[in-house]
Design a protein around this ligand. Structure first.
Ligand SMILES: [Zn+2]
Length: 385
């Protein structure tokens, strides 16, 4: 059998350490097998895709996604796959479907949907990673738009039973039984994230000491930092054991503060996220659902009472915000949107454009609009919405 290869040529390729102009990526099967400069004659089994004048970036890895374009991942057995189908329109090639606090039945259905979507990936859809549970174990005083009726309901046995489908567990360690739950989750190999939490600095350090390695949407819904009282924000900013998510819509966290956080943590410990809801990718004024509530799309998603309820941003716009408003280079933004989340989740061969990596990438215009997204060497053009 002849080897079938695709040559993605002529683009400005965002490598881990520089942007290389006019480089050709050679794709074979689901991998990038070579990066080469200079044209060459193609055989009959080889095709060239000309991306001259465009940017090629590693596909975005979003570890915090509730939904997109009208679909919420908690809305039944087909919802996770439906979100996976839509996300490549925004340059996303892998994501953690993310729950809110919910009933045990809803959680069970959700985790089953995650398992099914992972076992039966659809060609061209974003890769479904183990779930992020923005869970029943949060502090209701920092709950935001979370449905309070399910906070505290003990779903830990279910989570431990399904731990292969759970990647990240957001929790507040200061809640009654919080540290015991944290240790049990860490012991089961789940990545514990501190968030929706009023933990003091000392409580946060205890949680980090017990194995917490992640912080959920830094600054939003957590005890703030002041110079005499570092709080949870100060604990995770000053710990080199914890990587932090930052919502990159330019509204949940001011771009200047995004820049400060990156300066404190370094690009290797900051993961840009959308915290996207079913309202993401919908026009202003549209309505969608989150955690059983109706949300309205504006600059952010809001409950009827005005409570901030996740974002409406998509990952391509997060990448653009980092470059245009938070002073990040293309290389740095690629680390924040792809390389760091992939590495933190232990995804080998993802999040970078390199020989041997999975052919998960996005082609962008120079003004950072998605032209094509490739997942495992297959491309899909974004559909107009
Ligand atoms: Zn969220």
């Amino acid at each position: 059998m002849p080897v079938v290869r695709t040559f993605l040529s002529g683009g400005d390729v965002v490598l881990p350490d520089r942007v290389a102009s006019g480089l050709t990526l050679v794709l074979e099967g689901d991998r990038i097998v070579d990066l080469t400069s200079g044209p060459r004659e193609l055989s009959s089994h080889e095709t060239r895709v000309d991306v001259t004048g465009q940017l090629v970036v590693p596909g975005f890895v979003d570890v915090h996604v509730h939904g997109v374009q009208g679909v919420d991942v908690l809305e039944g057995p087909a919802a996770v796959a439906a979100v996976a189908r839509r996300l490549p329109r925004f340059g996303v090639t892998a994501f953690c479907p993310t729950s809110t606090a919910c009933s045990p039945e809803t959680l069970e259905t959700f985790l089953e949907a995650v398992a099914t979507a992972r076992a039966t990936p659809e060609p061209g859809a974003a890769r479904v990673l183990p779930a992020h549970l923005e869970s029943n174990f949060i502090n209701p005083a920092y709950g935001g738009a979370q449905p309070v009726e399910w906070i505290g309901v003990d779903v830990l046995p279910l989570i431990l039973d399904r731990c292969a489908d759970v990647g990240i567990l957001t929790m507040a360690p200061e809640m009654p039984g919080g540290m015991e739950r944290l240790r049990a989750a860490v012991g089961a190999g789940i990545r514990v994230s501190l968030g929706h939490s009023g933990a003091t600095y000392d409580q946060a350090l205890e949680a980090i000491g017990a194995g917490a390695r992640h912080a959920t949407h830094l600054f939003n819904r957590m005890s703030p930092m002041s110079h005499r009282d570092p709080g949870l924000v100060g604990a995770v900013l000053s710990s080199d054991q914890v990587a932090v998510e930052i919502i990159g819509d330019g509204h949940h966290v001011h771009p200047a503060v995004v820049r400060v956080a990156i300066a404190a943590k370094g690009h290797s410990q900051v993961m840009a996220i959308t915290d996207g809801t079913a309202g993401s990718g919908l026009p202003a004024g549209a309505c969608a659902r989150l955690g059983g509530h109706t949300i309205t799309v504006g600059d952010v998603a809001q409950l009827p009472d005005g409570t901030l309820a996740g974002s409406v941003v998509t990952m391509d716009r997060v990448f653009a915000m980092l470059v245009a408003q938070a002073g990040q280079s293309l290389v740095e933004a690629a680390h924040l949107c792809a390389t760091t989340p992939a590495r933190e989740l232990g995804l080998t061969g993802q999040g970078v454009l390199a020989a041997g990596s999975l052919a998960d990438l996005a082609v962008l215009t120079q003004d950072l609009r998605v032209v094509q997204t490739w997942v495992g060497g297959r491309t899909s053009l974004p559909e107009q919405s």
